[in-house]
Write a protein that binds this ligand. Structure first.
Ligand code: FAD
Length: 434
């Protein structure tokens, strides 16, 4: 198949209501650039801490336009996934990772209360993700990773071949499940948007920031349309799109990667049963990363494919969709005559440690970066990020030792080749011991 029905995102409604764009010259206390989960979380946590602070979110297109409105909707309470390869014999490192995972879980619990309290209709579904092993190497990978997941506080269950088969229709040799939540991500972004507007946050959509000028006292954001917004503090939450702004300062290096997604037309129940008896999310434990979930009788299937840029052409990179479709049919050949309803892709920014970048810039401490949300747990990490920026914005008026600790862990994070070596050795040992 080479004729994919491209759209920006499967999750967007047909009629997207947007707020008016920024006009003239406006002044606020805090300006947030980017209306994805990271930007929305910044405004959400700031408003929770200080209802009087005047906040504006400036979004180039509409809230949820970027990765936050395009993702697969897996909300995981996980630290950056590469941290799972770290040295768990180091008690301090293990404690840090376990603590981070608990911090993520607490935030998801708080978010679930928000969703319930505000009646946000975003298909919030506590479920579990099943990592499915298809060969001895993958079985060894699951056996090696399971105690690590448990060590950081994830509730895991390991299944042998016969029981594993309930999770996917293709040949499973063993399986490992752990808790996640699935969401309709765009509806969650819209729910947060709605709440922020009710709290008096100024939202400017269809407003692209072109450049930033800063003085000792304030920072001026200039839009491509000639309007401007002056603020004491600015949070940059533009993730993969950060290079679209002339920040006038150097930012830490991070790469851009693309993930591609397919949604089938609604499927008959017998086909859904052949995909998965339990109809819960599933995926590979290997480096080739493909995952799937059933949503409203459709199969959503996706994979991270390539280092990229953030252009519309990257979103529709044909060879990546051909590869993804081939992988889907390899697992579910009986879907050969099922039409694909929508194909879409999106970009994330990620550094080699997968640790987000949350810190004031060296050049001007009033410009705070909140970016680098990629990897397998980008949704969860971006959605808690406002907790990490609030005390920076409020000049430590609210002391938050937990936020400080997590920022410190992000900053200290570095890529060690020992991680993959440790994983490879551990998996091989497990394989040989069987
Ligand atoms: C297809 C796909 C599937 C994914 N699946 C998952 C998943 O299932 N689970 C998971 O944990 N993670 C997943 N991720 C990653 C996750 O979606 C991201 O980590 C997260 O959404 C990043 O949020 P963000 O707010 O940092 O960035 P974004 O959502 O990209 O937000 C950045 C915003 O900034 C705006 N912007 C850009 N430039 C400007 C400018 N000059 N002026 C004003 N605004 C600007 C953009 O329009 C955009 O809305 C997936 C990503 C993709 C692309």
């Amino acid at each position: 198949m080479r004729d994919f029905p491209f759209a920006t995102s499967f999750w967007f409604g047909t009629d997207i209501e947007t707020a008016s764009c920024l006009e003239g010259q406006q002044i606020v206390d805090v300006a947030v650039i980017g209306g994805g989960f990271a930007g929305l979380s910044v405004a959400y946590h700031l408003k929770q801490s200080n209802a009087d602070v005047r906040i504006a979110i400036v979004e180039a297109k509409h809230v949820g336009y970027g990765a936050s409105g395009r993702n697969a909707g897996w909300l995981m309470s996980m630290p950056p996934l590469v941290w799972m390869l770290d040295n768990f014999n180091d008690p301090q490192r293990l404690d840090d990772i376990r603590w981070t995972a608990q911090f993520c879980r607490n935030n998801i619990a708080e978010l679930s209360q928000f969703v319930e309290r505000e009646g946000v209709d975003c298909d919030w579904t506590p479920t579990h993700h099943t990592l499915v092993a298809r060969n001895p190497l993958e079985v060894a990978t699951l056996r090696w990773i399971a105690p690590r997941f448990e060590a950081v506080g994830l509730d895991c269950t390991y299944y042998e071949k016969k029981q594993a088969q309930q999770f996917v229709g293709y040949s499973a040799t063993s399986a490992l499940t752990y808790d996640i939540v699935t969401i309709q991500p765009y509806k969650l972004a819209r729910g947060l948007r709605q709440w922020l507007i009710q709290q008096g946050v100024d939202l400017y959509e269809n407003t692209r920031i072109a450049y930033i000028e800063s003085t000792k006292h304030d920072i001026r954001l200039a839009t491509t349309q000639g309007a401007s917004l002056t603020a004491e503090k600015v949070i940059v939450a533009t993730n993969a799109y950060t290079n679209s702004i002339d920040l006038g300062i150097a930012t830490p290096s991070a790469s851009i990667y693309h993930t591609y997604m397919l949604a089938t037309e609604p499927l008959r129940q017998d086909l859904l049963d052949r995909i998965s008896e339990t109809q819960t999310p599933f995926g590979d434990p290997s480096i080739s990363f493909y995952i799937g979930r059933i949503h409203q009788h459709r199969l959503l299937f996706n994979g991270i494919d390539r280092a990229s840029q953030n252009t519309p052409a990257d979103d529709q990179h044909l060879p990546s969709f051909v590869k993804l479709y081939t992988e889907m049919l390899r697992r579910f050949p009986f879907l050969k005559s099922t039409p694909i309803a929508i194909a879409w892709g999106g970009a994330v920014q990620q550094n080699s440690t997968e640790a987000p970048i949350v810190r004031p810039t060296a050049h001007n401490p009033n410009i705070i970066l909140n970016m680098g949300y990629g990897g397998g747990s980008g949704v969860g990490m971006a959605l808690l990020s406002g907790r990490l920026t609030t005390d920076l914005v409020l000049n430590h008026a609210t002391k938050d030792s937990e936020a400080k600790r997590l920022r410190g862990l992000y900053d200290a994070s570095h890529f060690s080749v020992l991680g993959p070596v440790r994983a490879a050795t551990g998996v091989l040992k497990t394989l040989l011991c069987r």
